[in-house]
Write a protein that binds this ligand. Structure first.
Ligand code: DHB
Length: 678
């Protein structure tokens, strides 16, 4: 085999792989039969190479070589119809005509494609311009704060008075799309205005608690302090104040918001853009001496469910440039937006992979409301469960001992044991605290020790809350479908899988597509030296591509960029973002709004990339948050201590290194003669 041919083949393989990898997002754009030509030079016959090269009609009969695999005897390994005849075909006049026509066709198609792309871009631009014009008249706000415009308030926490200054309704974006939401409340312990300290913190060192009240990806109100809460006692805002924290509580845009023109203004990624703008605003106020207290290197985000996902996203994407355009558009302050710590309760996160994780846990489990799954859903469940293994294994997550936490296609493996360990740990903690576990069929307790968990029995006990797929519904009915809409579309898909399965666009099933692409690539290769055959193949291919390109997929599925910006997993440990160093993640044992695998994957990824992570399942709770506020703030205090100590150690080490450097330098400065003792 000639070297050129080997390259051709390797490149073809690579190109097919690349095409398949891309397939989930850009299926219409990829054609296995025409991909090789981009990377290789031995491409005389491939369509676009033919289009690119100028014209001399080549007589392939002279250089014709059969396709061979040196590991097989001739004729083996290929169906008879695919074996190449030994004798080179003769070129006829019709062949030459076909060759010329192929060149022409390719050129013309390339032109048509470019023109279509341009037209599409222009149409999109025009639509955006119309929208921008309509929205340009929106009100603008000053990012400032009248330090004297506050309310002094006193509330009770555990029988003690907590006095603080309340600055409420401060716009954190100069050009907001929803001014009623893009504002925040600021609360500062009164002691800091009198040189005092609270819980060991001063005006300079006080942490800044940044809770969000987002739920269901709906608009979230700005939190306010309260002496009562769902779980009893003061709420998180008041508790934070009582412990000496400054509180900055932003309201956040959500998926249902529309402006006066009817445009949606709170679809993804609006919520993270707002949370970041709030962080930047707090830094801005502190820099301008408008905020009297708070250490902006100690900002702690907190939220539950969609709000937990939001807190995690903020913690993972610090200062990433991806959001810059959006932040500029709403007139956010020019500041950093990285934070110190994250509290995420039952985060509904990693949405584009959560369907697979859900089926990994709940495949074959009945719905809690008694409804039944359709045959299509049952099939999808099995498929998603199987795909979870591929997704998870690609992450290469490791436990603290360095074991790689994989699963097999049937769902078993070390990762499953890790998850079971989390439930077992939750049960053990409850038992050790004197809580009765009852006698759940899925747990084995012996001699006061929880020793075994049966995942299938667990899933059957809690049952599945959500249908299939749990997040990217085929019928676009989920809250997440609505989150992934855009200014003019209420609901879209955010996985290629659900878009295809939904049948909305009559897209071919990816596996059929893959098989067809491979077949087309082979047919193309086998037609080498047969211009008439190639012409027919090329025509068929172009027809197919044109049909695919005409599909308005962008109206049905969110853009890859937005899907990326909504998922913390894509940012953790990348040079593009500064990930928060401290994380506390909680997921109720009875929670099945998302599978425990989802927060677990987040926690492991964070740990593997160097963050400090306290991740636990919690006995007795379902989909809930803020049930352990004292422990939460104890953890924040301890994390701050840990950071202070680490910084001191780092500084000492740096000093020591400098000293050593000086010593070496000093030695170097001594004349050689005296070093030798002369
Ligand atoms: C929430 C719950 C869900 O089940 C979900 O899919 C999205 C958000 C929530 O409670 O915020």
């Amino acid at each position: 085999m000639s070297y050129g041919k080997m390259i051709h083949r390797a490149a073809l393989g690579a190109a097919v792989c690349a095409a398949l990898l891309q397939a989930p997002l850009f299926p219409a754009a990829v054609s296995a039969a025409e991909t090789p030509q981009q990377e290789i030079t031995d491409t005389t016959g491939t369509p676009d190479a033919a289009a690119a090269e100028t014209p001399a009609v080549i007589d392939h009969s002279a250089e014709y070589k059969p396709v061979v695999n040196e590991f097989l005897k001739e004729g083996e390994g290929q169906p008879a119809s695919e074996t190449v005849p030994k004798t080179a075909p003769k070129y006829t006049g019709a062949d030459r005509e076909a060759e010329k026509e192929l060149l022409k066709l390719n050129k013309q198609y390339a032109k048509e494609k470019a023109a279509a792309r341009k037209a599409r871009a222009a149409a999109e631009k025009e639509k955006a311009e119309v929208r921008e014009k309509k929205q340009a008249s929106r009100a603008t706000f000053d990012l400032t704060l009248d330090v004297n415009n506050y309310k002094q308030q006193t509330m009770q926490v555990n029988g003690s008075a907590v006095t603080f200054r309340a600055y409420e309704g401060l716009p954190y974006a100069a050009k907001p799309y929803a001014p009623e939401y893009q504002k925040l409340n600021l609360y500062v312990p009164d002691a800091y205005f009198h040189g005092g300290s609270v819980n060991g913190y001063t005006a300079e060192t006080a942490p800044i608690f940044l809770p969000n009240e987002v739920g269901g990806y709906m608009p979230g109100d700005a939190a306010t302090p309260s002496e009562t809460s769902r779980h009893g006692g003061a709420n998180a805002v008041l508790r934070a104040l009582s412990r000496g924290y400054v509180v900055a509580a932003p309201a956040i845009r959500g998926r249902t918001l529309q402006d006066a023109n009817g445009y949606y203004v709170g679809k993804a990624p609006a919520l993270i853009v707002d949370y970041k703008a709030a962080v930047r605003y707090v830094r801005f106020l502190r820099d301008k001496d408008l905020l009297h207290a708070g250490d902006t290197d100690r900002i702690i985000a907190s939220g539950t469910s969609a709000g937990g996902a939001l807190a995690a996203l903020l913690g993972a994407t610090g200062n990433s440039r991806d959001y810059e355009g959006y932040l500029k558009d709403i007139g956010a302050a020019k500041e950093r937006d990285d934070i110190f710590a994250v509290q995420a309760y039952c985060p509904i996160t990693n949405l584009d992979n959560a369907d697979m994780a859900y089926e990994w846990m709940f495949n074959g489990i009945p719905m809690v409301n008694g409804s039944t799954l359709t045959e299509q859903q049952k099939k999808a469940s099995a498929k998603l469960k199987e795909s979870f293994a591929t997704y998870l294994n690609d992450l290469n997550l490791k436990d603290e001992k360095g074991n790689v936490l994989n699963v097999a296609a049937d769902g078993t493996g070390l990762f499953k044991e890790y998850i079971e360990g989390k439930y077992i740990e939750a049960a053990q903690t409850a038992l050790d605290n004197g809580t009765s576990l009852g006698s759940p069929a899925w747990l084995t307790v012996s001699g006061g020790k929880v020793i075994f968990m049966d995942t299938v029995k667990y899933a059957n006990a809690v049952k599945r809350l959500k249908s299939v797929p749990a997040f990217d519904s085929f019928d676009l009915s989920s809250g997440e479908n609505s989150e992934f809409g855009d200014a003019e579309t209420d609901r879209r898909h955010f996985t290629w899988y659900s878009l295809v399965e939904s049948g909305e666009l009559n897209l071919p099933d990816p596996e059929t597509e893959k098989a067809e692409d491979e077949k087309a690539a082979l047919a193309w290769r086998l037609a080498e030296g047969k211009p008439q055959e190639r012409l027919a193949l090329r025509k068929a291919r172009i027809e197919k591509e044109k049909k695919q390109e005409a599909l308005p997929t962008f109206q049905h599925v969110a853009t890859p960029q937005v899907i990326h910006m909504m998922n913390p997993m894509y940012y953790i440990g990348t040079p593009d973002a500064r990930t928060a160093p401290y994380w506390r993640i909680r997921h109720g044992v009875l929670d099945r709004d998302t599978a425990l695998a989802i927060p677990a994957i987040l926690a492991l990824k964070l740990e593997n990339e160097g963050s400090q992570v306290d991740f636990k399942a919690v006995w007795g709770y379902g989909h809930d948050g803020d049930y352990d506020l004292d422990q939460l703030f104890d953890w924040v205090d301890a994390s701050i201590q840990d950071k202070v100590q680490k910084d001191a150690e780092a500084e000492a080490a740096e000093e020591a290194a400098k000293e050593a450097g000086h010593d070496r330098q000093a030695k170097d400065d001594i004349p050689v003669a005296s070093q030798k003792g002369i």
